[in-house]
Write a protein that binds this ligand. Sequence first.
Ligand code: 6PG
Length: 479
Amino acid sequence: MGSYVGVFGMGVMGQSLALNIASKGYSVSVFNRHGEATKKFMENRVQGHEDRMKLVSDSYDLKSFCDSLETPRKIILMVKAGPVVDAVTDELLPYLESGDIVIDAGNSYYKDTKRRMDYYAEKGINFFGMGVSGGEKGALVGPSIMPSGDKNLYDTYLAKLLTDISAHTADGSPCCDYIGPEGSGQYVKMVHNGIEYGDIQNIDEAYWIMKQLLGMSNAEMADVFESWNNGRLNSFLVEITYKILREKDPETGDDLIDHILDEAAQKGTGMWTAIDGLEMHMPIPTMAEAVFARNLSAIKGQRVEASKVFSEKPAAHIEDKQAFLADLEQAVYANKIIAYAQGFQLLSAASDEHNWDLKLGDIALLWREGCIIRAGFLDRIKSAYSEGKKVVNLILTDEFREEIRAAIPAYRRVVAKAIECGLYIPTMVASLQYFDGYTSEKLEANMCQAQRDWFGAHTFHRDDRPHDESFHHTWEKLD
Ligand code: 6PG
């Protein structure tokens, strides 16, 4: 009898996922395009473990790999997102049979997933997209899993395996659930990453404010982040932040953080989220600014030169440090809620646009454990969506409305102070400005419409006529 499932790709994520699968009692065949990696995996991580040796089998050519699997085959691709996925799907084709299932577990672009599904469907093969979050450790002990594709096939062939290998919350619920058709699983993972960018940048700005405005040491900042982690800001990202601040550089004995170059990298999922927001005409400035922040950090050479030209920054003077830190906690919390509100609005718009019927509250639950943005806070989002409640924007819900109201004055004080002192805090500003725009009955856009109509006869709506009537006024032009 063949192996229950195959894992194609023996990078760190593929190795970890294969071991996770075996640890749950499933037989798994592994394959890598370069056999050396498979060999090393078998020698280093499988040998010496009785259960793994029993359940993990290796193949060194595609035919034997596919022959080693029970049918219909279930093959999880753990390869680099992008053209490699197309190459691999083509390489696999000659060895697959109608009804087989191939699951792409990489950070693929959701439109590529749909294209691959259609391509495979013509040949009778079923393609699934699957968002997986949690990094190497998550893949090993239980990631958050966001699968999409045919619902019946998912229920019949994948649901048990994937929920078994996923992270579980303290109350035993799996952080894996069917997301929807097409590339919706990878879309949800993409927005998860956009939110991840926002969360990271929010924390990083708080670090920067403490360091630059309050002159705090790394040890002092670590204590603050640790105390936040014991409160409503509890999350994996806040936890790793205080641990990072306490990490020593083995070479110099200094705090390691002070030797890390301030140039942030990225692989693209945050940028895709921002692009998708623009394409959908959805205001998601916090996530977009988090991407721009990485871009700005990356042009370090220019920043160094510009900082010599404009070297003067007003000095900070903060009288009551403890009060300011309390304000800062409010600011970080409000920024977080507003960023998630934007992310969930984007999910909701995408769900409508593509007819995916995304269950937004359930998605929040999938992110409670296993993934990078895991946090107790996500229970609150689930609760905001509970009992089929219609949520227009999370900031308006019973769950968050009063907290936001209470946090806004402190949030304004923090942002005003940081701006006054010339600090770069783009997501804090973006979320606050989003809040101010979103909660304004009137905006300056009447002037924009007038200008557009003046120079381009683009028409405008009047506020004293039905909305579907457009007008174009013949302006008395002086030029
Ligand atoms: C996850 C992460 C993972 C990866 C990001 C990093 O959920 O496990 O999001 O997918 O860490 O892709 O992305 P950047 O390199 O763009 O920061």
